[in-house]
Write a protein that binds this ligand. Structure first.
Ligand code: ADP
Length: 493
């Protein structure tokens, strides 16, 4: 039997999934497992990398069993992962020296302010396209080296290895043979020069990271080694790696400059393909590696919103004005566009293009007649209006998205997508497979394995489920966005 299946691993922030795809990129079987979140102090978030590893192996075995396939039938594994989360482990034993520091963790905020005050912000943004922010891996590595006893000396002696989650999983999958990552994950560490495509000595110096810790950086579709035979019964080649948002860009087949995807899960991430141009945002968006294939880098602009689907959870769990997230669609449908009440869900500050950690949420424009329906509708509208902010920033930076391809849990809500089209003045396209992230990982492995010969095959495999065009008049939309802009100005910290 020839190897024509693909196994994609999606190691996310709250759960790990494995999906088996056939050679036409149709999902055949999947398995998912949640793992524990650790909050040892306010603002700290940790994961147990060993627990993640156990879960990943389990979901791979479960998905293979459900699909009824053997390791020998799998042409390649693709890995996509929560980005920036930092693991350091012992090269001799493979044991992490501490819990992983998760991307959301803010413990290095003070360190970032010190580095900013010392004038390093410009170097970081120039070389990496990122900001000096605790979000990225560099200061997390420094924290572990300085707070785990003996770690810095051991790192300098070459005894330790650093990796984002993809790299840690790859190390374990290959039985410690391969210490590597891909260019998208490397681009989120704040140590990688995204023009030169190499670890940067000045950045290593600024962040105090010994070079011996760092993995080899490869293309997103590459030979990453093979799994240890004992894991799945026979070795399986690992052939694709990309960070989660970049994998979604690939899964949405956004392969031409200007093509844009927006993911609506807990938060929202918009990424626009900028081709071979490394665009420097004037609007506080991040520049990043979209993907790297055959040594050729495709760059992207990225903007994120902290609160998207979690605003709907807030309606359900904190306010208890809806029973379930999908109820929001029928309520908004019956109510129609809300023109008085504005919800600004800045629960944890505002992301791009504001980057205001001190902003807090607000409900404005309440009248005696404002009820639950107004609140629910205005909350859905707030997610679209935040996207309008991002799309405006992307347009100002010189990219004009022809259409926005959407995915994530919220895109089941047709009312939301219509309003999104109305305020962003964009065509919104929802694909048949809305699991773009894990699909992107499978696509990379398939590309490397030769299951398809080019990205064109992936573009052909992308199927539209529904499209939404702006229906609301332009003047009407402008009234709504002006009111939104005014509301945001009022909640700024
Ligand atoms: P994540 O991957 O971040 O956990 P998902 O992509 O699974 O998120 O999306 C879940 C989010 O989508 C939840 O926050 C939920 O409130 C929201 N959501 C799910 N269905 C709907 C819906 N029909 N309308 C609005 N929001 C929804």
């Amino acid at each position: 039997m020839s190897a024509s299946f693909l196994l994609a691993i999606d190691q996310g922030t709250t759960s790990s999934r494995a999906v088996v795809y056939d050679a036409a990129l149709a999902p055949v079987a999947s398995a998912q497992r949640e793992f524990n979140q650790h909050f040892p102090q306010s603002g700290w978030v940790e994961h147990d990398a060993d627990e993640i590893w156990d879960g990943v192996v389990a979901v791979c075995r479960d998905a293979m069993a459900e699909a009824g396939i053997e390791a020998s039938q799998i042409a390649g594994i693709g890995i996509t992962n929560q980005r920036e989360t930092t693991v350091i482990w012992d090269r001799a034993t493979g044991k992490p020296i501490a819990k992983a520091i998760v991307w959301q963790d803010r413990r290095t905020a003070e360190h970032c302010r010190t580095l900013e005050a010392a004038g390093h912000g410009a170097t970081v943004s120039e070389r990496t396209g990122l900001r000096l922010d605790p979000y990225f891996s560099a200061t997390k590595i420094g924290w572990l080296l300085d707070h785990v006893e003996g770690a810095r000396a051991r790192a300098e002696a070459g005894e330790l290895a650093f990796g984002t989650i993809d790299t840690f999983l790859l190390w374990r999958l290959t039985g410690g043979d391969v210490h590597a990552t891909d260019a998208t994950n490397a681009s989120r560490t704040a140590l990688f020069d995204i023009s030169a495509q190499r670890w940067d000595d000045d950045l290593l110096q600024i962040f105090g990271v010994p070079r011996s810790l760092l993995p080899d950086v490869r293309d997103c579709a590459a030979e990453f080694g093979a799994t240890a035979p004992s894991l799945f019964g026979a070795p399986i080649p690992v052939r694709g790696i990309a960070g989660d948002q970049q994998a979604a860009l690939i899964g949405q087949a956004c392969f031409a400059p200007g093509m844009t995807k927006s993911t609506y899960g807990t938060g929202c991430f918009v990424i626009s393909n900028t081709g071979d141009t490394l665009l420097r945002s004037k609007n506080q968006l991040l520049s990043t590696v979209g993907y790297r294939l055959d040594g050729v880098v495709t760059y992207a602009l990225e903007g994120s919103i902290f609160v998207a689907g979690s605003a709907i959870q807030w309606l359900r769990d904190a306010l208890q004005v809806i029973d379930s997230a999908p109820d929001s669609a029928a309520i908004a449908e019956a109510h129609g566009i809300e023109r008085d009440v504005i919800v600004v869900p800045a629960f944890t500050g505002l992301g791009a293009p504001y980057w205001d950690p001190d902003a807090r949420g607000a409900v404005l424009g309440l009248t005696r007649g404002s009820g639950r329906e107004a609140l629910v509708t205005a909350t859905l509208q707030s997610v679209a209006l935040q996207t309008w902010d991002l799309v405006g920033a992307i347009r100002e930076d010189g990219v004009t998205p022809a259409e926005i391809r959407v995915d994530g849990g919220m895109v089941a809500n047709d009312w939301f997508l219509q309003f999104l089209a109305d305020v962003t003045r964009s065509h919104i396209e929802r694909p048949q497979q809305t699991e773009s992230t894990v699909l992107g990982a499978a696509a990379l492995a398939g590309l490397q394995a030769g299951v398809f010969d080019s990205l064109d095959a992936l573009s052909g495999a992308w199927q539209r489920d529904a499209a939404f065009a702006p229906k609301l008049g332009e003047a009407d939309a402008t009234t709504l966005t002006d009111a939104w802009r005014d509301a945001v100005a009022r909640v700024r910290g």
